[in-house]
Design a protein around this ligand. Structure first.
Ligand SMILES: Nc1ncnc2c1ncn2[C@@H]1O[C@H](COP(=O)(O)OP(=O)(O)OP(=O)(O)O)[C@@H](O)[C@H]1O
Ligand SMILES: [Mg+2]
Length: 448
């Protein structure tokens, strides 16, 4: 597994690029530097770390430096200054031979447009890249088949790319990267050319794979919704600089600059914020092993009518209600069995806020948040949900108040971007337009 540590990295395009470094240090803008020197600052002063197994998303408008940044991680682009360490090794100092080793075993890349060879089978396309590793044909095909299985194309190995849909071709691109078994996956707008439904399917698939494989992924996208869906953390770039790095919740609720705020204005927080961000400690619970009278005393102490029953290992078994308890006590029962109810509202830490509303309307209990092993990790009382709602509405008003023109003016800035053969440069611009309708619906719900 692998970490990437980026320190003081700059990339300047043009003749004698180091001329620009003092100007970057003086804080001149990209435009000013270009005016004075004719040099283009692709990336400026990048310092950050991608941790082992992290899904790290880089986003920003066209020309903001995303591809330049990521291509330095396998040195398709050479940094002008700074260091990039992968597992403690400064890759800016690797020899050509070491660099080939890095690209064939450690870092693999998925491009926006499939880059498949039309006259080779899907299997051979997938196995491309394994030859460099010195594996024999049989082993190459075994690995390629395995990778095709992973992306759901196990039966397509002997077909040709032209027989596959765009989404399937993109899967082959992903399989090719997986086949090398590299720890680090660089994905440059890998899904941007796909239509929205297929794209979402690919996102789900990738998330699923990532759960098993735990690669270190650096994923570039224009699309904030995609970024927020996929990323453990997101880096937002502008004019070559990283203006903020944070979780999607941080980016959304504490944007570092107006630019980031404008960027997020179209995102529906209900589809980004999850139960984990608003849940509270489930402090008041009762053991399912106690009798009705002890449970009643517990309710009294907590000043509630209902309480969740939780085993010592935090496994949630249900909840009890005061009226049922007093019935059971009156009948002389010694256990909670007859009083234990299981029709409680339940969610996981990843449940979106939008899905919590419905749950909370149907039940008076706070929503139980349980982990994959059925343990109670928190609760979402209705009041927390309403507070979140208020914050979201306030945010919506704020954002609508500020003008969001930052985006538009940059939209066409470096569209002629990195002119290498893989064609990762300017694309048709995956729009970040998000479903604001969701917000309006939620606002309506608030007043209801
Ligand atoms: N080979 C190059 N020569 C000169 N300038 C370049 C080169 N590659 C990139 N640039 C410039 O560097 C800046 C960043 O480009 P980059 O391709 O990294 O942007 P990006 O964020 O990936 O954009 P997009 O979303 O359009 O792919 C742009 O201004 C671009 O024009
Ligand atoms: Mg790019």
């Amino acid at each position: 597994m692998s970490t990437i540590r980026v320190q003081g990295v700059n990339k300047v395009f043009g003749d004698n690029p180091r001329r620009a470094l003092p100007l970057i240090e003086q804080g001149l803008t990209r435009d000013e530097i270009q005016e004075r020197t004719g040099l283009v600052v692709g990336v400026r002063d990048a310092t950050f770390e991608v941790t082992d197994g992290e899904f790290f998303v880089v986003m920003g408008l066209s020309g903001s430096g995303k591809s330049t940044l990521v291509r330095m991680f396998n040195r398709l682009i050479e940094p002008t200054s700074g260091t990039i360490e992968i597992d403690g090794v400064d890759i800016t100092r690797l020899s050509d031979r070491e660099l080939r080793g890095l690209r064939s075993t450690k870092v693999s890349m998925v491009f926006q447009r499939f880059a498949l060879f039309p006259h080779q089978t899907v299997l051979d396309n997938t196995a491309f890249g394994l030859e460099v590793q010195g594996l024999d044909r049989k082993e190459r095909h075994r690995r390629a088949n395995e990778a095709l299985e992973m992306v759901g194309l196990g039966n397509w190995g002997d077909r040709y790319p032209s027989e596959l849909s765009g989404g399937m071709q993109q899967r082959v691109g992903l399989a090719r990267a997986l086949a090398t078994d590299a720890d680090i996956l660089l994905m440059d707008e890998a899904f941007s050319a796909l239509d929205p439904l297929i794209r979402r399917e690919m996102q789900d698939h990738l998330l699923q794979l990532q759960e098993e494989l735990q690669k270190t992924v650096v994923f570039i996208t224009h699309d904030l919704n995609e970024a927020m869906r996929l990323g453990d953390r997101i880096a937002v770039m502008k004019d070559g600089a990283i203006v903020q790095i944070g979780t999607s919740e941080e980016i959304l609720t504490k944007p570092a600059t107006d630019y980031v705020a404008a960027f997020t204005q179209d995102v529906d927080p209900n589809r980004v914020l999850t139960a984990s961000s608003i849940m509270r400690d489930a402090a008041g619970t009762v053991s399912p092993e106690v009798g009705p009278r002890v449970a009643m005393a517990r309710l009294k102490e907590l000043q509630r009518n209902e309480v969740y029953a939780v085993r010592p290992d935090r496994t949630l078994t249900g909840y009890v209600r005061d009226t049922d308890l007093s019935e059971a006590a009156r009948r002389g029962e010694q256990t909670l069995t007859s009083a234990l109810r299981t029709d409680y509202p339940v969610a996981t830490p990843d449940t979106y806020i939008s899905d919590l509303y419905a749950l909370s309307v149907e039940h008076s209990l706070p929503i139980a948040v349980v982990d994959e092993r059925g343990r109670l990790v928190g609760v979402v009382p209705r009041v927390s949900l309403l507070t979140a709602l208020a914050a979201i509405s306030a945010r919506a008003e704020n954002v609508n108040g500020t003008n969001g023109t930052n985006g538009a003016s940059d939209e066409n800035a470096g569209d002629e971007g990195a002119g290498d053969s893989e064609g990762g440069g300017g694309d048709a611009g995956g729009s970040a337009a998000g479903p604001t309708a969701g917000l309006a619906a939620v606002k309506g719900a608030a007043s209801a």
